[in-house]
Design a protein around this ligand. Structure first.
Ligand SMILES: [Zn+2]
Length: 322
């Protein structure tokens, strides 16, 4: 057997402290180099010496995560594919370290907000839009992004389950050392936690005075939710289009009544700029303005008639809010 000394290094630890000693001499005259106290080696993607430097590794992981998020956002992918790419390529650079590096909920929530800010910078999210919708499934009117907190906890749960179910004596020892024997029935805990996290998001979205209005109109009895969210599940829209569309649905665009009542700016009139007859609100502009009823609404109505969703289910109303 030949040792690949180029890939070897030695550290000397005395009483928990790294010592710098001379290289180790082998019988054949070659030497294994001693690692200097500042140097690290990378094992399975984590920088370590005789201990894992948490802060250093966490900082590095976060940098890599944000780099990947930005790289995805700079591509020409559609909105849906960008979210998918973040889920399957960017987030795993962090979730990979779950269970090895200790991430607190505060850490993860802060990074989720950093991702939101980056989405805003790239026009995928309006700064005043409902962030709850980011993390809900597309078929419910969400964007289908994974949140780090949920993804990380799920990964830790999977790791624990691996040790719990393993027959390897070392794994069993690790399991009994890290889990008291009484907590054996927690296999599904991560799952139910994820479900309740989504439920909380749904409730918060619904309860918000402004953002909740779209939730309510989407959940009217005669609205076919699945068909109404086809534009989200099929993912053919430009990211910026979708960001704007969501802002309109969340009613955070500067209509006159939003400017006056929500932003509380002084303006002379809140009457519609087109017809001057009614309050200028998102509802009015999307379906109540007499000035564009004969043109914009008509062409929308006609093109809805040709859509597959409507042909398949003629008795269901498809929610065309904008
Ligand atoms: Zn009008």
């Amino acid at each position: 057997m030949l040792l690949g000394l180029g890939k070897c290094a030695a550290v000397e630890v005395r009483r928990g402290k790294l010592m710098e000693e001379g290289n180790i001499a082998m019988v054949d005259g070659r030497e294994i180099a001693m690692l200097t106290t500042e140097a690290r080696y990378k094992y399975l993607g984590i920088q370590q010496t005789f201990e894992i430097k948490q802060q250093e590794n966490k900082k590095h992981t976060e940098t890599q995560l944000m780099e990947r998020v930005r790289k995805v956002l700079r591509t020409q992918l559609s909105s849906k594919n960008k979210m998918e790419a973040i889920n399957i390529w960017a987030l795993p650079s962090l979730t990979y370290t779950a269970g090895v590096l200790t991430w607190s909920n505060t850490d993860l929530q802060r990074m989720d907000r950093r991702i939101q800010t980056t989405l805003v910078q790239h026009g995928l999210l309006h700064p005043n839009s409902a962030t709850e919708r980011l993390y809900l499934p597309r078929k419910e009117g969400g964007r289908g992004l994974k949140c780090l907190e949920g993804a990380c906890r799920k990964e830790e749960e999977k790791l624990k389950a691996f040790f719990r179910l393993s027959n390897n004596p070392i794994h069993q020892w690790i399991n009994s050392a890290s889990n008291p024997p009484s907590s054996s029935g927690q296999a599904s805990e991560g799952q139910s936690e994820a479900v309740s996290r989504e439920d909380t998001l749904r409730q918060t979205w619904k309860a918000k005075p402004l953002h909740g209005r779209f939730h309510a109109s989407l959940h009217q009895e005669d609205v076919d939710i699945q068909a109404s969210n086809t534009y989200l599940t099929q993912g053919y829209l430009y990211p910026q289009t979708k960001g704007t569309l969501f802002a309109i649905q969340d009613q955070v665009v500067p209509t006159r009544s939003y400017t006056k009542h929500t932003i509380k700016q002084q303006i002379d009139s809140t009457k519609c700029r087109l017809c001057n007859n009614a309050e200028e609100s998102v509802q009015h502009l999307s379906s109540g303005c007499s000035a564009i009823a004969g043109t914009k609404y008509l062409s929308r109505h006609d093109s809805m008639g040709t859509s597959d969703a409507l042909l398949a289910e003629p008795h269901h109303r498809v929610h065309n809010f904008v």
